[in-house]
Design a protein around this ligand. Structure first.
Ligand code: HEC
Length: 173
C-alpha cells in the first residue's frame, strides 16, 4: 500500500523538478499592468528618477538644476544590470545608489562608504532609498516602456500615458 502511494508521487516530483529550472531561467514573471503602473509612479515620485533622466527616460531631465542622466531608452544594460545600477548607483558619477545598505557591507562593487572618497565625482544622495521590491517594479516599468523603445514620439507618448496627455503636445502627430 505504502509503495503504491510513493510511486504515485513520482510523476508529481518529476514535474516540479523539471519546472523549477525553467521558471528560474526567466528573469522574472511577466509583470502585470498594475506592476508597471506602480513602477512608473515610483520612477516619477519616490525615486525622482525623472529629475535627471526625464519622464520618458530619454535624458531630457525635468529639473534643469539636476545632473544630466543617461538616456535609458538606449541603455545596453539587461535586467540584472539595471537592478545593480539602481541599487548601487554608478561610481564616480552622479547616479545615486538607492539601496539603503549599498555601501555598508560591500554588497555594491565590494566597496564601503570610506572607499567612495577615492572618486573625484561623488554620488549624490537619492531622494529616498528604495526597497528591493520597489526597484524590481521600476525595472518592470523601464523594460516595458523605456528600454529599447527608441525615441519618444506622439504615438508612443499616448501609449506611455494611456491617453492624450499634455506631455504629448510637444510631439507632432
Ligand atoms: C541626480 C541625478 C540622477 C537621479 C536622481 C537618477 N539618476 Fe540614473 N543616472 C544619472 C547619471 C548622471 C547617470 C550616468 C552615469 C554615468 O556617467 O555612467 C545615470 C545612469 C543610470 C543608469 C545606467 C544607464 C546605462 O546605460 O549605463 C540607469 C539604469 C539609471 N541611471 C537609472 C535610474 C533610475 C531608475 C533612477 C531612479 C530610481 C535614477 N537613475 C535616478 C543620474 C541620476
Amino acid at each position: 500500500m505504502l509503495n503504491t502511494r510513493n510511486l504515485s508521487c513520482v510523476p508529481f516530483v518529476l514535474a516540479v523538478a523539471l519546472a523549477a529550472p525553467a521558471a528560474k531561467g526567466q528573469d522574472q514573471q511577466t509583470p502585470s499592468a498594475s506592476d508597471i503602473a506602480d513602477g512608473m509612479r515610483l520612477y516619477e515620485q519616490k525615486g525622482a528618477c525623472q529629475a535627471c533622466h526625464g519622464w520618458a527616460g530619454d535624458g531630457h531631465k525635468s529639473d534643469s538644476q539636476m545632473p544630466d542622466g543617461a538616456n535609458l531608452r538606449e541603455t545596453k544594460l539587461n535586467r540584472a544590470g539595471l537592478v545593480t545600477t539602481i541599487k548601487c548607483g554608478r561610481l564616480n558619477s552622479q547616479m545615486p545608489a538607492f539601496d539603503k545598505f549599498a555601501y555598508s557591507d560591500g554588497r555594491c562593487y565590494g566597496k564601503k562608504q570610506a572607499d567612495l572618497k577615492a572618486y573625484p565625482i561623488r554620488m549624490p544622495d537619492p531622494a529616498a532609498t528604495l526597497q528591493p521590491r520597489e526597484i524590481d517594479l521600476i525595472v518592470d516599468f523601464l523594460m516595458a516602456k523605456v528600454v529599447g523603445k527608441g525615441p519618444m514620439d506622439h504615438a508612443k507618448c499616448v501609449d506611455f500615458w494611456g491617453s492624450e496627455a499634455d506631455a504629448c503636445k510637444e510631439f507632432s502627430k
